[in-house]
Design a protein around this ligand. Structure first.
Ligand code: NAD
Length: 432
């Protein structure tokens, strides 16, 4: 099949590359000329494990190319996938300006029957708006399909190639057939393609992310309770997860959820519910807990040191989660600003997010090549991202480098008892 992907970010680039890898001819388009230039020079504008090799292979085999020329790409394509950003709008709702602008441009460029696939996360009713937008500017037949994406940054390729499920909102049989063919290589095991109407597909994405965010905030509240009553959240988590009705995933307390999806999607669902006359109180509480959680370690540090002015801290982890350089809505943004706002100086290490961090903090933070360098003369360490390389450090070396052996473990990656035995003053989340 000939495909155009409109928007070559975390989702578009992964989807385009995986579709190319399964034998389709794919052109990834973006309005960001610098991004396309980077891609055409053989580099990637983002960090995602395994993506670079897969992009190179498919470019070499001439199934994948990059362009800023949307009209030319669309005119050659039977399927056009929209994967542009849908950031938070002024009142928390999703801002659809990029998506509708792309839809109009696609409509003008179509040369025959086209399936427009919306992969961006969008509010219920967006497929109808896309349909109206496109029909105003074309006389060619087309279908609009809602195909929300569930990949996780850091494991995006695997998620795309082996999805738990593929959700396709499409009423036309012709579009359903094309989508089934497109996804057939990825659902060869029992993982299903779930066909439904476009509105249900659109809501499925928000409902899924909101549920996951709810589990995180729920555990963060349980962790707070654990601290008050002297229980260990890690034991509670295991006890809960063993129940097959609950399961283990997403029961980890921490410094709050972040990233480009959960925060904005929870807000968008609250806003959409409000537009329909429903106050989604549960999700508003989820957000409140999350905001509180991002500041929890700052509060613990204030309580421990009294005053943070003149203190120097090491930060391990800047990205919102491991194996990505994405810092959108990362809890580290709040933590680092909070620490610096109280007069502390910082040295930070992240295996891949340093460049992105520089855009946020400039030279106000010292970035180090190794986690150990960040510890030199530090009054304390904050672990904000659970990168694997932070899990088994040389604790003796750490202690020698630090001015004070104090660890604020925002991801509960260390054992509190062992840490104290090793001579650290240790603060975790929800652990005695
Ligand atoms: P991103 O910001 O990384 O990429 C979006 C790209 O679209 C940018 O490169 C931008 O320049 C481009 N763009 C904007 N307007 C355009 C236009 N008119 N024509 C061509 N290109 C245009 O965003 P992302 O993280 O890939 O997310 C895209 C969508 O997918 C969002 O709706 C997001 O909620 C959803 N999503 C993201 C993830 C994730 O993990 N990042 C997972 C699932 C779903």
């Amino acid at each position: 099949m000939k495909l155009t992907i409109v928007g070559s970010g975390y989702v578009g680039l992964v989807a385009g590359t995986c579709f190319a890898d399964s034998g389709n001819d794919v052109i990834c388009v973006d309005v960001d000329a610098a991004k396309i230039k980077t891609l055409n020079s053989g580099q990637l504008p983002i960090y995602e494990p395994g993506l670079e090799e897969l992009v190179r292979k498919n470019v070499r085999e001439k199934r994948l190319s990059f362009s800023t020329d949307l009209a030319s790409a669309v005119s050659q394509s039977e399927v056009v996938v929209i994967a542009v950003g849908t950031p938070e709008g002024e009142s928390g709702d999703a801002d659809l300006q990029h998506l509708l602008a792309a839809a109009e441009e696609i409509g003008r460029a179509m040369k025959g029957y086209t399936v427009l696939v919306d992969k961006s996360t969008v509010p219920v009713g967006t497929a109808d708006r896309v349909r109206e937008t496109v029909s105003r500017v074309t006389t060619h037949p087309f279908d609009v399909v809602s195909n929300p994406e569930f990949l996780k940054e850091g494991a995006a390729i695997d998620d795309f190639l082996k999805p738990d499920r593929v959700v396709i909102g499409a009423t036309s049989e012709r579009a359903q057939k094309i989508m089934a063919e497109l996804y057939a290589p990825f659902v060869r095991t029992e993982n299903p393609i779930l066909f439904m109407d476009t509105r249900s597909a659109e809501l499925t994405k928000y409902a899924s992310n909101a549920m996951l965010a709810t589990r995180i905030s729920f555990m963060n509240d349980i962790a707070m309770l654990c601290e008050r009553v002297g229980a260990d959240v890690d034991a509670v988590r295991k006890g809960m997860g063993a129940d097959s009705r609950i399961g283990y995933p997403f029961l980890f307390p921490g410094v709050g959820y972040g990233g480009s999806c959960f925060p904005k999607d929870v807000k968008a669902l609250v806003a959409a519910a409000r537009d329909s006359g429903i106050e989604f109180d549960l999700l508003r509480a989820v957000e409140r807990t999350n905001e509180h959680q991002k500041r929890l370690l700052l509060q613990k540090a204030m309580k421990h040191y009294g005053d943070l002015a003149g203190k120097h801290f090491a930060i391990w982890g800047l990205a919102f989660k491991p194996r990505t350089d994405d810092m959108r809505e990362a809890p580290s943004l709040v933590m680092l600003e909070g620490l610096m706002g109280k007069g502390a100086t910082l040295a930070a290490h992240d295996p891949v997010a340093t460049q992105v961090a520089q855009r946020h903090f400039g030279l106000r933070v010292r970035y180090t090549q190794t986690p150990y360098e960040a510890l030199e003369k530090a009054d304390g360490l904050f672990v904000l991202t659970e990168w694997n390389e932070f899990r088994r450090p040389d604790f003796d070396r750490m202690k020698k480098l630090m001015k004070q052996p104090v660890v604020f473990d925002g991801r509960n990656i260390f054992d509190p008892v062992r840490m104290r035995e090793r001579g650290f003053i240790y603060f975790g989340i929800g652990r005695p």
